[in-house]
Design a binder for this molecule. Structure first.
Ligand code: SF4
Length: 802
């Protein structure tokens, strides 16, 4: 029997039981969810007059792609998580530090027992996007999934099926890879490549070095004397658990750290000796001006450039590119008549010319030095340029291939590229066609006929549009994609995407558009395994520590159920449970990288939680190449560092894909005509209260880090905006209303809206929560086909209090 969904909270008696277990936390709730009651798992009964059981389990923090991988000590009492603490391993040296959790991991109980967690499968009954559902049984749900997969495949072919990018659940046996394995066994689906996080940096780095493995192991920062944290904010997005800790140790050893960022981030406050505010989208201009200073003042490492690089000047241009504009030509303005001096860069960047020159001299002379590139500045209109410009600065100062130096770029960890990312076998996708992850709306609107000019790989042309989307742990469909209002309109048209299934813990903005919602248990309620996020020196077990509540199931169990109905259940599971796959994954890790890795039984018996490998002699990227570039050439066409890329030169698109890295004015810019209407640059930065859009609804985190617009007093004053006022932020794509925080910790002319807030449109279509993607664009970058979501111009005005 079907009935309408009931989101009613548990009874007061049950609520009080759970509250008793968690102490005063439930009654201390404030903020967005203050009136909401936490639910009580069925196993939370307190024995009356009897003894209760309590145990502490070491477990990996549920992995949502936060940039860290930390160890939690979770106390479970009578089947309920009652306390979460951090890593307590006695040894805590730089070579093998404790995996200390951030506030998000420590606050995870608020997510675990959130009253809004999905409890039952839901089927849409209203218009798509209206958010009206009815409860259905798992049998009906799995039957519908199987029949829709068959229907769409039979009508349009496997290319019409799509499992989108999404990292809301992100360890070996949880998340989208469970669905990818399912679809691969079903004959395949349209694939994708690159990511929303670092499309430009992963595409551009190999054009310089031939590889993405450009980073020394982090412990080597203790050998650095100068660290430029360029748009890099590990205190908020982490970028590897303990990155802040190792940076702090490097400073204690005497390294000077400078943070270049439009915002005075927590990293700038806590880790840097100096903060230099820079106008968003102009980083490549500052880098070019630094190169000008270095060239004019003979601060470049001429010997290294001569032996290890191509394209710095006319003499070192690669074969076939003779007479082209070299890097030096561009910097000195030999061809375009515009020398890229600090004077030139000052009005672009907003940084005084003397400061630009000083930073250039410091980085070129205080050696060895690190120029670490964050990822936000490459999620921009010409994000590829800033990546290559940073790599070139590292090269021309001779900081590549040496201890204490840093080659820049994406900097996956030497010598092997860091973590495994994925060992759970998804199998081979029989459909070879792949789109760039950010172009999925294009593949919905005009997929049939898309080709290489749209970044298509693996096929000449697509045969069909996307017709079915199976989004697992992905809020990227609506909330995290550029231009939310456009995406919503695309999805409302049921003749385009004919079936949208969403598998998640909560009714996210994406799930509200689903035809079918499949409720998933949390990662505390099933088995998982993870290794370091970017620096892969540890393996962390995620055992099932409490039972899945209500009718939730794991991603794996759901996919296995669908596979069963499609006739290949045995092929999907190979007879393994989630726990069996963890044992299988541990064996894989042991065989391929960690020979001393304990068995699953030992992990469990000793309550280990983590196995880590101390880094006592940090590896240095390109060390062999540095010593002998002839014997150990790079995997680039020239075998050298390609300051000038012949491959890019041959693309013959010099205005957007130049052969040497250049500053290019963005398509939305304070210097374009659009600035008359929309004069403020907006950035959507990572925020400590969320992991992307995950944990959006955690009251404790909202209280500590409320969603608001950050604006400089110089921009607030003429708009008559006072601290805390609601403000309307808008451009041609949409509008959001949210409170503001007036602070000098953001550069004048720039506003910041923490990314990941859930799109919550009112009747007028204006978002009331502060979802920055209402304002961002769906347009992609020219080389990587990556997202440019930080390139946004807006206007801000005081809004009415509601
Ligand atoms: S950094 Fe990530 S893994 Fe670590 S505690 Fe925070 S949310 Fe969890």
């Amino acid at each position: 029997m079907k009935r309408h969904i009931d989101f009613a909270p548990m009874s007061r008696r049950s609520f009080l039981r759970w509250s008793a277990l968690v102490g005063s936390s439930a009654v201390a709730v404030k903020g967005a969810s203050a009136s909401k009651r936490l639910f009580v798992p069925a196993s939370a009964e307190i024995p009356v007059g009897g003894s209760s059981t309590e145990r502490m389990i070491r477990v990996g923090c549920p992995s949502h792609n936060c940039g860290g991988r930390c160890l939690l000590r979770v106390t479970v009492k009578d089947g309920v998580i009652v306390r979460i603490d951090g890593d307590d391993r006695p040894y805590d040296g730089v070579d093998d530090p404790q995996l200390r959790p951030c506030i998000r991991g420590r606050a995870y109980r608020r997510r675990q027992y959130h009253p809004d967690r999905l409890k039952y499968p839901l089927r849409r009954i209203g218009k798509r996007g209206e958010g009206k559902f009815e409860r259905v049984s798992w049998d009906e749900t799995l039957d519908l999934m199987a029949s829709e997969l068959r229907r769409i495949r039979d009508a349009y072919g496997n290319e019409a099926l799509y499992v989108p990018y999404g990292t809301g659940s992100y360890n070996q046996t949880n998340g989208r890879q469970t669905a990818q394995r399912l679809l691969n066994l079903f004959g395949g689906c349209l694939g994708f490549y690159n990511s929303y996080s670092w499309a430009c940096i992963s595409a551009a780095t190999p054009y310089v070095y031939g590889t993405s493995v450009t980073g020394n192991q982090r412990q080597d920062w203790l050998n650095s004397r100068y660290i430029l944290m360029w748009g890099w904010n590990p205190a908020e997005m982490r970028d590897g658990t303990n990155t802040e800790y190792i940076l702090r140790k490097a400073r204690e050893k005497g390294a000077r750290t400078v943070c270049i960022d439009p915002r005075m981030t927590l990293s700038a406050v806590s880790l840097a000796d100096e903060w230099i505010p820079i106008r968003p989208g102009t980083d490549a201009a500052m880098m070019s001006a630094m190169a000008h200073v270095m060239i004019e003042e003979n601060l470049v490492d001429a010997a290294f450039i001569k032996t290890h690089c191509v394209g710095f000047d006319a003499e070192t241009l690669p074969e076939g590119a003779e007479g082209a504009e070299s890097y030096k030509d561009y910097i000195l303005g030999t061809r375009d008549g515009v020398p890229k001096t600090p004077d030139w860069a000052e009005p672009l960047t907003g940084i005084p010319r003397a400061t630009i020159a000083r930073i250039a001299r410091e980085y070129a002379t205080i050696k060895p030095g690190v120029l670490y590139q964050g990822y936000g500045m490459q999620r921009r209109a010409y994000g590829e340029q800033v990546v290559r410009a940073g790599c070139v600065l590292a090269a021309i100062t001779g900081n590549v291939g040496i201890s204490g130096g840093w080659a820049s770029g994406i900097a996956l960890q030497a010598p092997d590229g860091g973590p495994f990312w994925l060992v759970f076998p998804t199998g081979r996708n029989p459909v070879r066609a792949m789109i760039p992850s950010y172009l999925w709306t294009e593949a919905v609107l005009r997929g049939k006929g898309m080709g290489p000019e749209d970044g298509l790989r693996g096929a000449e042309r697509l045969e069909t549009d996307i017709k079915l989307i199976y989004a697992v742990a992905s809020n990227a469909i609506v909330n995290q994609h550029g231009n939310v209002n456009r995406t919503a309109e695309i999805l409302k048209d049921e003749s385009r995407v004919e079936f949208l299934a969403v598998q998640d813990n909560f009714l996210t903005p994406t799930a509200r558009f689903a035809d079918l919602v499949l409720p998933v248990c949390t990662q505390f309620e099933t088995w998982g395994l993870e290794d370091g996020w970017k620096y892969g020196d540890e393996v962390i077990l995620m055992p099932r520590i409490v039972d899945p509540p209500f009718e939730t199931k794991s991603d794996y169990a759901i996919c296995a159920g669908i596979a069963e109905r499609l006739g290949f259940g045995e092929a999907y599971t190979e007879g393994r449970t989630e726990k069996d796959w963890i044992r299988w994954s541990l064996d894989y890790y042991r065989k391929t990288r960690f020979p001393g890795l304990p068995s699953l039984e030992e992990f469990e018996e000793k309550n280990l939680g983590v196995y880590s490998v101390p880094v006592t002699k940090p590896a240095v990227a390109f060390e062999a190449f540095r010593k002998d570039p002839v014997k150990h050439p790079l995997p680039t066409p020239s075998g050298k560092i390609e300051i000038f890329s012949k491959r890019l030169h041959d693309m013959n698109q010099p205005d957007e894909i130049p052969a040497v890295p250049k500053y290019i004015q963005e398509w939305e810019s304070p210097f374009g005509p659009e600035a008359e209407k929309y004069p403020l640059s907006a950035v959507g930065h990572h925020y400590l209260s969320r992991v992307h859009s995950t944990m959006e609804n955690l009251d404790w985190l909202e209280e500590a880090f409320p969603q608001r617009l950050f604006i400089n007093p110089l921009d607030a004053a003429p708009r008559k905006i006072s601290n805390g006022d609601p403000v309307r932020v808008y451009n041609d794509r949409g509008a959001v209303v949210l409170p503001c925080r007036i602070t000098p910790r953001i550069m004048p002319g720039v506003v910041a809206i923490p990314q990941g807030a859930w799109w919550t449109p009112g009747p007028d279509g204006v978002d009331r929560r502060g979802s920055v993607n209402v304002l961002s664009s769906e347009r992609w970058t020219p080389l990587a086909f990556g997202n440019a979501q930080h390139t946004i111009m807006v206007q801000v005005e005081k809004a009415e209090k509601t």
